[in-house]
Ligand binder design. Structure first.
Ligand code: F3S
Length: 667
């Protein structure tokens, strides 16, 4: 018995990458882990992951928090826009196959340009459902010749893509009919190379073998297609999920057994089948389809293991009949970086087959190509999901800055460097910035980033946080930011509140700088706020003692006070006893003589001595009298005219002059 095993059996690049991402997430476990739909169409693998704590959900809305891995099939943009992701409750880990991601981008681009989208594939397949989301679910999905209806004739311009696992014969059958009906049409053959190779091998094996086992999930579309291809060539073709389903009665010692597996079949299941076969055939030799049969194709992505690191190249084992070479210029390096700093013997990573030269026994590889592709995917994903990335300023150019993000040059216009205007960018060279991607067009090699968008979002989030926690009458910390004639702006942690000048001091002030200095860190009281208008009124004086609190004790009735005239009215003068406490000196109480106008006796700024006549703390009123102090000093019924009286009159004159400097007492 001979066994032929397809070289490309099992996980394709995209599926392997998705599985690796899940295992990586398990390793760094930080919260619950879910996959959005089964990570692959393989029950055994899904069960294994469930045992490791990874559960399957069909909708993000079914959970409140945790890590959600998007499988290689990809999803529609709605998933990225889920609010739980934007508020950070759900950490979205995107394991969409880069080839599928490329279809998303193509579909979105042409849909935005007004093209009708035609997808050749199965409308119920998650990959097709996801792709359809990128054109607002308006695609024409065609899975057979019967689906090509008259409606297609009405389409003026169309963009055609294919499900990555579409049978290439079906593609060849459908495409001519579609293209003949639409005048303006762009076609992208997005059938994955991995699928094509797997199908070619399956075709080859099933022609050679007497019995074929196709291993894979019975609900896996690509496994079913392999089964159909093999069944066409070999009637004894069996679709099995595990080794237990093999019926050895179908095989005899002379049989040639072919084994292939779908893209979602784990290696260990394939290995189990091969081992079981090996046991059965005991000493019979197993021949594996060798490299002579399977060719390497330019554009393939394969796993490479580093054998040697030279100064200008890295030699890599790619499991081919000769080793691959990655020249230095096919590796992303910063200016002074050496290859030996990046690689060491035994390192393993994916490489891109750039050129297979059978005559020179060389395969030229590129790592840069994969890294750049991954970087574009990362940028695109960040753009689609509005997430931030870190970029290093690599140069200062006319109109802005250039950032390096994973090897891709990204332009940041000067107006997007900060919220405020920046005149000189020299200090930014070499700095790391958190940015958002605001425009991306891979075909034009154009990416535009904005740090301003990140800062604005942070302010919005801060505002949201402040407005959801702030309370009237609460006392909070703030920093004096700027002054105007009507008050002071206070930064309360990202947003500004205003202290009106009347709320800065209990006393009368002309400018906020009389009380505060820029940069002062102060306590402020929240007086009012309006979330809609984004306004917050603060008070400073309200955090200080109210001087009216103790006026009755400080200025008891009958006491003589010193004060300054601060305002004059027709009925009297207001005298400031201390900042915030003004008392009224009624016109009738200014002098023991009759005065016509207050201004005849007093002017603003005069210092006066007066007697406290009344204190009304509740209504904040204090009445004063100068007249009473004069009367206190003037003896009643003084008719003697002796020296003592003269002396007293003189003393009184001096006293009145002191109190009322503008009154002409000589008269
Ligand atoms: Fe990706 Fe191709 Fe596999 S599209 S998921 S590598 S079949």
């Amino acid at each position: 018995m001979d066994i032929i095993v397809a070289k490309n059996a099992g996980f394709c690049f995209g599926v392997k990458r998705a599985i690796d991402i899940v295992f990586e997430t398990i390793k760094n476990k930080n919260g619950d882990i879910y996959t959005l739909g089964p990570i692959i169409h393989n029950k055994q693998m899904v069960d294994k992951l469930r045992d490791m704590g990874v559960n399957v959900i069909e909708d993000i809305d079914l959970i409140d928090k945790g890590n959600v891995v998007i499988r290689s099939h990809g999803v529609s943009p709605d998933v990225y826009r889920n609010q739980k992701i934007s508020i950070g409750n759900i950490n979205l880990i995107d394991a969409t196959c880069p080839y599928v991601k490329r279809i998303h981008n193509t579909v979105k681009k042409y849909h935005d340009k007004g093209y009708e989208i035609i997808i050749l594939g199965d409308s119920n397949h998650p990959e097709v459902i996801g792709i359809n989301g990128w054109c607002n679910n308006q695609a024409n999905i065609i899975s057979s010749i019967d689906d090509i209806t008259e409606n297609i004739n009405c389409i003026k311009k169309a963009c055609v893509v294919a499900q990555t696992t579409l049978n290439k014969n079906l593609w060849g059958q459908l495409l001519p009919d579609i293209t003949s009906r639409i005048k303006d049409i762009v076609v992208f053959n997005t059938i994955c190379n991995a699928t094509e190779k797997r199908q070619t091998e399956a075709d080859y094996i099933s022609k050679e073998a007497d019995v074929v086992f196709v291993i894979g999930g019975k609900n896996s579309s690509n496994t079913k297609k392999l089964y159909q291809i093999c069944k066409r060539n070999c009637t004894q073709t069996y679709l099995i999920e595990t080794v237990n389903e093999i019926n050895f009665n179908n095989i005899n010692s002379k049989s040639v057994v072919g084994i292939t597996a779908g893209a979602s079949t784990p290696d260990w299941i394939i290995r189990e089948v091969i081992n079981k076969m090996s046991e059965e055939i005991k000493n019979e030799q197993m021949s594996v389809l060798d490299e002579e049969v399977i060719n390497l194709y330019e554009g393939d992505i394969v796993k490479g293991n580093v054998l040697r690191v030279d100064q200008d190249q890295v030699i890599v084992n790619i499991g081919y009949k000769f080793d691959g070479v990655i020249p230095k210029n096919e590796i992303l390096l910063s200016d002074d970086q050496q290859l030996s700093e990046l690689f060491k013997e035994g390192d393993s990573f994916n490489v891109y087959i750039k050129k297979v030269d059978e005559k020179a026994n060389t395969v030229i590889l590129s790592k840069k190509r994969i890294d750049i592709e991954n970087a574009w995917n990362k940028l695109q994903q960040a753009y689609d999901s509005n997430q931030t990335l870190i970029g290093k300023v690599s140069s200062i150019v006319k109109g802005g800055l250039l950032l390096n993000i994973d090897g891709i040059e990204v332009f940041m216009p000067g107006s997007h460097v900060d919220i405020k205007f920046i005149k000189d960018f020299n200090g930014f060279m070499g700095k790391d910035f958190e940015v958002k991607i605001i425009e991306i067009d891979k075909s034009k090699n154009k990416v535009i980033a904005s740090r301003k968008a990140v800062l604005e979002q942070a302010i919005e989030e801060k505002k949201e946080e402040i407005f959801s926690t702030i309370k009237v009458d609460s006392v909070i910390k703030g920093k004096v930011k700027s002054f105007t004639n009507f008050g002071a702006f206070i930064d309360i942690g990202g947003i500004d509140g205003l202290i009106h000048i009347s709320d800065l001091s209990w006393g009368r002030i002309k400018h906020p700088s009389e009380v505060l200095s820029i940069g002062d860190e102060i306590d402020v009281k929240v007086l009012d706020f309006d979330k809609e208008k984004e306004k917050i009124s603060l008070g400073y004086k309200q955090t200080l003692p109210d001087p009216w609190e103790y006026v009755d004790k400080k200025y008891p009735v009958g006491s003589i006070i010193d004060g300054k005239v601060v305002r004059i009215a027709s009925f009297g003068a207001f005298v400031e006893l201390e900042p915030g406490v003004d008392a009224l000196l009624h016109i009738s109480q200014i002098s023991d003589k009759r005065i016509e106008k207050v201004e005849d006796a007093l002017k603003v700024g005069d210092q006066v001595k007066a007697k406290v006549m009344e204190v009304n703390k509740k209504d904040k009123r204090i009445s004063l009298s100068i007249k009473e102090t004069i009367e206190r000093q003037t003896p009643k019924n003084n008719k003697s005219g002796n020296n003592k009286d003269k002396f007293q009159k003189e003393e009184m004159r001096i006293s009145i002059k002191e109190m009322l400097p503008d009154l002409d007492i000589e008269k």
